[in-house]
Design a protein around this ligand. Sequence first.
Ligand SMILES: [Zn+2]
Length: 109
Amino acid sequence: MPEHDALIAGLKARRMELVQDLEKIEDTLDDEPPKDWEDRAAERQGDEVLEAMGQHDLEELRRIDAALARHAAGEYGACVQCGEDIAPARLNAVPDTPFCVKCAAQSGA
Ligand SMILES: [Zn+2]
């Protein structure tokens, strides 16, 4: 949907930032080349602050990936719970949200 182009572009830009961030954290924690973040995060017992940051980034990355997948499927902007259109103001504020205001309030997301 053309009206979502700016939001999708924003999500893609944010995604690149997060990936770079994760690589930086990975480099700081370990001089070896980055491999699979999740496996390594599970194994590592290193710097907890950096790991917490990494986990936070990873969660946001997952939400963005899911939003981009919905966009690819032509479903971006529709609530995954009830299928109704998500209000543009909400999408602008939280471009990676999968829920409309009503469902988000119900699920506490
Ligand atoms: Zn909904």
